[in-house]
Design a protein around this ligand. Structure first.
Ligand SMILES: C[S@@+](CC[C@H](N)C(=O)[O-])C[C@H]1O[C@@H](n2cnc3c(N)ncnc32)[C@H](O)[C@@H]1O
Length: 186
């Protein structure tokens, strides 16, 4: 997808798209490098956009793993469906319905969640519901990795996961924080 098309989607849906440009390849490879996908069976991407990060996740995923990419924007979903990889399932639905879709595909738990949903722009209850759903769906010690452009939302993750590690990355427009949490075993 061209930069201009991404910009057009931003102007049509500012609150949900959340940024005027897609993530840089440096940011995508950084967030994927923070994950451990070896042995993963079920990986989830929330707010997949036009698939820029999806490609990086697929590259690192084992051959027998599945990637469920959630995206509510129909134009972005069309782009995602062009990715020719049988491990990828494009789910055109809100991330809050994650558990329902996983169940339909026969998965009880998730190894890793990557998210670029702009929670700062969404109603608090919706953000809380999506992050709580991810926490429930993750396996013990499963990872949740989230992109943010500020640290305002840090209490959301600390409250739900009880842990949070934040790193800052300059090689993106705008510079970006990666929030990393894991589901505690007990
Ligand atoms: C900041 S863009 C990120 C796009 C891409 N992943 C990237 O890194 O460039 C956020 C995306 O989240 C999607 N989104 C927003 N709310 C969502 C929700 N409740 N469920 C699934 N996707 C959502 C938007 O449509 C948008 O494509």
């Amino acid at each position: 997808m061209k930069k201009l098309d991404f910009l057009r989607e931003y102007f049509k849906n500012m609150r949900t798209v959340g940024t005027v440009v897609r993530s840089s390849k440096h940011l995508c490879s950084k967030i994927v490098s923070l994950s451990d996908l070896s042995g993963a069976k079920c990986v989830v991407e929330l707010g997949a956009g036009d698939g820029v990060m999806t490609h990086h996740i697929l590259e690192k995923m084992p051959a027998d793993a599945k990637l469920f990419a959630f995206e509510i924007n129909p134009t972005f979903c069309e782009r995602l469906r062009l990715i020719d990889d049988e491990r990828l399932f494009v789910i055109e639905d809100s991330a809050e319905n994650l558990e329902l879709h996983l169940e339909n595909h026969g998965f009880a738990e998730v190894d890793t969640v990557f998210s670029a949903i702009p929670f700062v722009m969404l109603p608090k209850e919706l953000s809380n519901s999506i992050v709580s759903t991810c926490h429930r769906a993750l396996k013990p010690l499963g990872q949740y990795l989230q992109i943010h452009y500020s640290t305002i939302e840090k209490d959301l993750y600390k409250g739900i996961f009880g842990n949070l590690n934040i790193t800052f990355h300059l090689r993106n427009i705008p510079p970006t924080f990666i929030f990393a949490c894991y589901k505690m075993a007990f």
